[in-house]
Design a protein around this ligand. Sequence first.
Ligand SMILES: Nc1ncnc2c1ncn2[C@@H]1O[C@H](COP(=O)(O)OP(=O)(O)O)[C@@H](O)[C@H]1O
Ligand SMILES: [Mg+2]
Length: 205
Amino acid sequence: MKTPLTSITGFSEVLKEHLFQNEDDAAHFGSLIYKEAKRLLALIDDILHLGRIEARAVTEKEWEAVNLAELIKDVVTFLEPVLQDKKVAVRCTLEDVVLDADSGLMREMLINLVDNAVKYNLPGGHVYIGLVRREADAVLSVRDTGIGIPEEDQERVFERFYRVDTSRTRSGKISGTGLGLAIVKHIVHLHKGAIRLHSVEGRGT
Ligand SMILES: Nc1ncnc2c1ncn2[C@@H]1O[C@H](COP(=O)(O)OP(=O)(O)O)[C@@H](O)[C@H]1O
Ligand SMILES: [Mg+2]
């Protein structure tokens, strides 16, 4: 939170003190302030949200029968603009699975996983979503042919705010708050599930 605020105060000071060369410069600083403010807003949103999920503990009363296959299709449609933008294709192999769950949280878990699979992918890459029933469990897999996660970071990506430091994230080309997988992990545990990560750097996750 400090980083965007530092930029916002710095750039607005430039504007306030008229420390810019011309109108174009001023507009540039304005757009930087706007971008950083949006980033801060997304971050605050995620933090508040994670807090609400944590506070919810186990309120199974609100659970309902959720058709996971349908929800996955919904989420893929919802992310269509991002898929086209990144030139990534999604292929789904889904068994009919209905489970007792909080549908809003299931949706959020799926959005975070698929969003990562697209965001950390490469143009022309693929995302494969699988859903099978195994005895009393539903097994969901989200696999991508993206940049992968270095072995030494794999354990830490579920921590809040942890983001793998790459030239891509440093240059701000791939933005994020580092809270998505922490939220996913919480949602999975709330539903008495387990989550597992397998990734090979440069090949996929
Ligand atoms: N499918 C993936 N492929 C490669 N890296 C990933 C993938 N999913 C997550 N990561 C890494 O884990 C970090 C944490 O993910 P997440 O909690 O969703 O935060 P965010 O996407 O906001 O950075 C990401 O910043 C990225 O470095
Ligand atoms: Mg994410």
